[in-house]
Design a protein around this ligand. Structure first.
Ligand code: SF4
Length: 610
């Protein structure tokens, strides 16, 4: 098998055992890698109803056939598990040297199960795996952990670790690598913590088997050059995703005061141009020449790496208008190992609950000092922090007072940084996203602004599906960064050429679409199998605030989504995906995607239509 190493590494932490496992060529061709491998392994090996924080849950690190072979932006891996935050399929991707080393060590994925009896570091050095006592690391921040790992294992080794949030099982804890690159929004860091796994350290030195190594070298060099010629390249290097702050402000999409206003009077102070004034350098993932991490000095004089999502969620969404202070909150989030999006979301929820007198704790919008304390309280699960550590869906159930309408989540995953009061297409993208309310699979909002934000037509549904298949299916399975494609316009044909050079196989765009559809459909099956008969189409509807409470400020003041029209659009979406009116794939759809055995299994948990 060329393009893939052909091996997984199965690790049982309870037994301190690591066993390589060859996988079949048909798995590679039908699921490609990354998210595709992760969902197939979870579907095949996880018992329905497994407690996400039990030893039985699996923690998966997965790469794809284009990972780490020296082509543009290919130093990524997917981290996945059954999510403790949502109860469904959860994953995220991280740009990390660990991805490069994993492939060079001869593995396309590492599957971890069990629980170590005390904190442990797993060290993988080519074919040798060791279990190293990590008691001295436990309780340390992700930054300190990484620095110690570098000292102990060498500065060029790949590392993946958790901070205190993961150790304390905060439901939106992430896995961190290279100071600020983190992934696994739906609590994948908590899964790692539940296994007493503080870090994975990987060093690989072997070759990655390629069908045409010379052709790949040439193509990769051309790809990097092509990226440099893109008109937006220079500006991207200056601001990365940060220019989205100004765009969201201009277009009434900026989450502000827990998604109430969509514009913020201090947006200019926290935007891309303000960031440039305090920027000191760029950071990036391995094998990337677009390095989009903006390093700035924060209000305490320390480095903090900024991107749009975290700045906005820890900025306008909680009423913070001082970028240096936001940078400090962002550094704290990375250091504890939180997902910055969910953190800003639950903080906004807490501030609104405080404003409405629903909690006894007083936490006022934009109060920097109190916010720092609250972040620490969440990391250590103290007082109100213990409730917020469970995520906004849980917090709204505890706090009550009608807060479920403004607990901003879909299926338990907190909404990321786009207000959708006047963006039904983006609302559908959030509603139907494969891990909950995340923008990654279908960031359609800029396109939607151009075609008319007021309509709910089937063209929007088509565009959401197209994006989900390419961004959420293809890129997450190839396991390379999508930004050269969607932010600079590198054509998809480049990835077909890369695949041919890696695997020796021609993949048509139609075939890649079908693979993506298979992956995303199996992710949906995973959710449905977990939720069983409690599954309903309401789970694909975004928060009621966007339907019931009109925008309170800005040019689009008064805007609100129409629930009936949204539901019509959702029905069209289901029909186009071959899912029934509850959003469950039909047997015909599953059969057509080659998921025949999966269909039989799903039948034993829910009624599925022919
Ligand atoms: S563009 Fe940004 S996210 Fe993508 S690989 Fe480069 S540094 Fe990482």
């Amino acid at each position: 098998m060329l393009g893939w190493t052909g091996n997984f590494l199965n690790i049982d932490l309870t037994k301190s055992k690591a066993v390589p496992q060859q996988f079949s060529e048909s798995l590679a061709i039908n699921f490609l890698g990354g998210r595709g491998f992760a969902v197939k392994v979870l579907w095949d090996t996880l018992q329905q109803g497994t407690d996400p924080l039990s030893p039985e849950n699996k923690l998966i690190f997965a790469t794809g056939p284009l990972t780490a072979i020296g082509l543009p932006n290919s130093g990524k891996l997917v981290v996945a598990s059954k999510s403790p935050l949502t109860g469904g399929y959860g994953d995220g991707n991280i740009g990390t040297l660990a991805a490069v080393h994993m492939r060079k060590a001869g593995y396309d994925a590492i599957v971890v199960e069990g629980k170590a009896s005390s904190p442990v570091i797993v060290q993988i050095k080519d074919k040798v795996t060791e279990f190293i006592d990590a008691k001295e690391f436990w309780g340390k921040s992700s930054f300190e952990t990484e620095e110690r790992l570098r000292q102990q294992f060498g500065r060029t080794t790949g590392t993946l670790s958790i901070g205190q949030a993961g150790e304390n099982l905060v439901k939106f804890a992430t896995i961190v690598s290279q100071e600020g690159r983190s992934g696994g929004r739906p609590g994948i860091g908590a899964v790692m913590g539940s296994k007493n796994l503080k870090a994975v350290v990987i060093e690989g030195t072997g070759p990655i088997p390629l069908a045409d190594p010379e052709g790949m070298r040439k193509l990769a060099a051309e790809g990097y050059k092509e990226v440099l010629t893109k008109p937006l390249y220079q500006f991207w290097k200056r601001q990365g995703t940060m220019s989205t702050v100004e765009w969201s402000q201009e277009n009434s999409a900026l989450p502000t005061f827990n998604y109430r206003q969509a514009v913020f009077n201090k947006a200019d102070d926290i935007g891309g141009f303000a960031m440039e004034k305090i920027k000191t350098s760029n950071r990036g993932c391995p094998q990337c020449n677009m390095t989009c991490g903006n390093v700035v000095k924060d209000s305490e004089g320390q480095d903090s790496e900024l991107d749009y999502e975290s700045v906005v969620m820890l900025g306008s969404n909680i009423g913070m208008g001082n970028l240096a202070e936001i940078s400090t909150l962002n550094r704290l989030a990375d250091s504890y190992g939180f997902d910055g999006i969910s953190l800003g979301n639950v903080l906004g929820f807490a501030m609104e609950a405080s404003e409405k007198g629903l909690v006894k704790d007083k936490i006022v919008w934009g109060d920097f000092e109190k916010t720092k304390i609250m972040i620490t309280d969440i990391a250590y699960r103290r007082d109100l922090g213990a409730i917020l550590a469970e995520g906004v869906r849980f917090a709204s159930k505890v706090i009550g007072g009608g807060s479920s309408d403004w607990a901003m989540h879909v299926k338990g995953l907190e909404v990321s940084a786009y207000d959708c009061h006047a963006a039904p297409g983006m609302a559908l993208a959030y509603g139907t996203n494969s891990i909950g309310a995340h923008h990654k699979d279908a960031w359609v909002i800029t396109w939607e602004m151009k075609v008319g934000r007021g309509n709910y037509d089937s063209g929007k549904v088509d565009f959401v599906i197209k994006n989900q298949l390419i961004r959420g299916g293809l890129f997450e399975a190839l396991t390379v960064c999508r930004f050269p494609y969607n932010s600079l316009g590198l054509k998809l044909e480049w990835y077909q050429k890369y695949l041919k050079a890696a695997t020796g196989r021609d993949f048509s765009l139609e075939e890649l679409n079908r693979i993506s559809d298979r992956i995303l459909t199996l992710m949906r099956c995973f959710w449905v199998r977990e939720y069983k008969e409690s599954w309903s189409r309401e789970l694909d509807v975004p928060p009621m605030r966007w339907f019931k409470e009109p925008l309170t400020e800005g040019a689009l003041k008064g805007s609100v989504l129409d629930l009936q029209k949204y539901n019509n659009m959702l029905s069209i979406y289901y029909e186009k995906r071959g899912w029934d009116e509850r959003g469950i794939p039909t047997k015909a759809t599953l059969d057509q995607l080659g998921l025949v055995e999966e269909a039989k299994q799903l039948c034993s948990y829910v009624r599925i239509k022919e």
